[in-house]
Design a protein around this ligand. Structure first.
Ligand code: PLP
Length: 375
């Protein structure tokens, strides 16, 4: 009998996002909540973005500009590109969905790493792709040699999150060049740079994909992270014009929506806000690392706005997650990333980080009694 739902859809697990603040408030009756679970910019969006979106509210009876002329023009100016090289979508994940729709067919092979962005696995499996993964290396970094060894004539796509979520580690220029040496022309490379602004600021040997011109590579970036606009769902992709043309054929015409277009443009026009974001992030990242080391955890050093560390067991990470929830602090346990012994913390504001340290100080004595220290 023919099935109503394809097996690859039946087998999919639904994506679990970080717990929303409202949900925790409802469940526990808490008033003070710090969400450090979804790698958002805790400073919020630039006032330029807010002003632009507020003005746009009066125009919401009109459809958005389907060519997103103004936003694309700004991106062209910033990155010295042509309009034909850019696609915009509902978050960078929205563009990933277009890539899956336009390029991947059931049974196609995709090479990537274990413990990378879950959203990508879901999208790829959702079109019936066969995903080949290799483990991260001992430093929690992509193992480019093992990935290269998995690429065959049948490989249709390679997915690289650079920097990687949930580890916060990155692929160097040398490693990227090495991997590209193994990618055949008929295979596309999805270079997911959701945390580009943080990594570019933090490390010298981070490969800025704008310096490369491969016809089969698409770079994805987003307004959700450093630009503080997760809520409007706006991402952008850069690639060869043929690549973009094919994506445009499957794109929903009015994405991104009208508020997202003007909000994103406002955000790009406020580079001081971005610099402030990066400065504060760096400062609070250093404090967080010190705190974790001082308490005998072993954090993975990150070039992003989040830090992941090992607790020692699935039970310990669930205990830490639940105990912090009771204190009004939402972090992320990494069960769905197949890293059940790990938790991830996004860098918040000073207030939110103080709340986290306070909650940890309260929770740790019992935690240490139960699970011991893991140094
Ligand atoms: C590596 C990575 N790629 C993509 C995304 C999705 O970003 P967007 O909000 O632009 O869809 C995320 C979000 O957490 C991410 O961590």
């Amino acid at each position: 009998m023919r099935k109503l739902v394809p097996e690859y859809i039946e087998n999919l697990k639904i994506y679990q996002a970080g717990k929303p603040i409202e949900e925790l408030a409802r469940e526990k009756g808490l008033t003070k909540i710090s969400k450090l679970a979804s790698n958002e910019n805790p400073l919020g969006p630039s006032p330029f973005a807010i002003r632009a979106m507020t003005q746009k509210l009066w125009d919401l009876h009109r459809y958005p500009d389907m060519h997103a002329y103004a936003l694309k023009a700004k991106l062209c100016e910033m990155y010295h590109l042509k309009n034909e090289n850019i696609i915009l979508g509902n978050g960078s994940e929205g563009i990933m969905a277009y890539i899956a729709r336009a390029f991947i067919q059931p049974g196609d092979e995709i090479v990537t790493s274990e413990n990378t962005f879950i959203g990508f696995y879901i999208l790829a499996r959702g079109v019936g792709a066969n995903i080949k993964t290799v483990p991260l290396n001992e430093q929690y970094r992509y193992d480019v040699e093992k990935m290269a060894a998995q690429i065959t004539e049948k490989t249709k796509a390679v997915y690289i999150a650079n920097p990687n979520n949930p580890t916060g580690t990155y692929l160097t220029k040398k490693e990227f060049d090495y991997l590209m040496g193994y990618v055949p022309d008929h295979c596309i490379v999805i270079l997911d740079e959701a945390y580009f602004e943080y990594a570019d600021d933090a490390c010298e040997d981070y490969p800025n994909s704008m310096d490369y011109r491969y016809d089969n590579v698409i770079t994805l970036r987003t307004f959700s992270k450093a630009y503080g606009l997760s809520g409007i769902r706006c991402g952008y992709g850069f690639a060869h014009e043929n690549f973009i043309k094919n994506l445009t054929k499957v794109k929903l015409p009015f994405e991104p929506n009208a508020l997202a277009q003007v909000g994103a443009l406002g955000a790009l026009e406020d580079q001081p806000h971005l610099r402030r974001t990066l400065r504060k992030n760096k400062m609070f990242y250093k404090d967080l690392l010190k705190y974790l080391y001082r308490n005998d955890f072993n954090p993975i050093e990150s070039v992003t706005n989040f830090v992941t560390f090992k607790t020692g067991s699935t039970e310990a990470s669930m205990y830490l997650f639940e105990s912090l929830l009771n204190e009004g602090v939402i972090i992320r346990h990494l069960k769905s990333n197949e890293m059940p012994e790990y938790v991830r913390i996004s860098i918040g504001t000073k207030d939110e980080m103080d709340h986290f340290y306070e909650a940890m100080n309260k929770v740790l004595p019992k935690y240490n009694d139960k699970f011991g220290r893991i140094s």
